[in-house]
Design a protein around this ligand. Structure first.
Ligand SMILES: C[C@@H](O)C(=O)SC[C@H](NC(=O)CC[C@H](N)C(=O)O)C(=O)NCC(=O)O
Ligand code: NI
Length: 135
């Protein structure tokens, strides 16, 4: 079995695509429309997406512009070689850091959290092997 994607429902598909591409640096891999069931999809990821990398599937239900996340959703994690530098780059691109870079509480791994336009938290985890050309 292989991990393919995580699906997030968003209130504005282009706003979300702009965030994941322009702020987080993902590629827009493909889009589709389903007029019968009135929704649109956008798949985004790094390095071409599946099968080598998992993807994010953004779902927009036509006419629906916001969702309640409740208290269940946690985060999606992205590996980066330098969390401090990634936070600076994200902030410079207009992104919001909700937990500053630093060692995880009670541990040593450097993490940070940013939030997407729909309020989904995204964790940045420092992993040397994710440096350019190594993923
Ligand atoms: C392409 C594949 O990865 C999908 O996830 S599409 C699956 C399809 N999605 C939707 O219908 C999205 C809109 C829906 N209103 C929602 O908000 O989830 C799906 O779930 N189909 C159900 C089925 O039984 O086919
Ligand atoms: Ni799906």
């Amino acid at each position: 079995m292989k991990f393919l994607h995580t699906m997030l429902r968003v209130g504005d598909l282009q706003r979300a695509i702009d965030f994941y591409t322009q702020v987080l640096g993902m590629q827009l891999l493909r889009r589709s429309e389903n007029p019968e069931y009135k929704y649109s999809l956008a798949f985004l990821g790094f390095a071409g997406g599946n099968p080598g990398q998992a993807e994010i599937e953004l779902t927009w239900n036509w006419g629906v512009h916001d969702y309640e996340h409740g208290n269940a959703y946690g985060h999606i994690a992205l590996g980066v070689p330098d969390v401090y530098a990634a936070c600076e780059k994200i902030q410079a691109a207009g992104g919001k850091v909700t937990r500053a870079a630093g060692p995880v509480r009670g541990g040593r791994t450097v993490i940070a959290f940013v939030v997407d336009p729909d309020g989904y938290q995204i964790e940045l985890v420092e992993r040397a092997e994710t440096a350019a050309g190594q993923n």
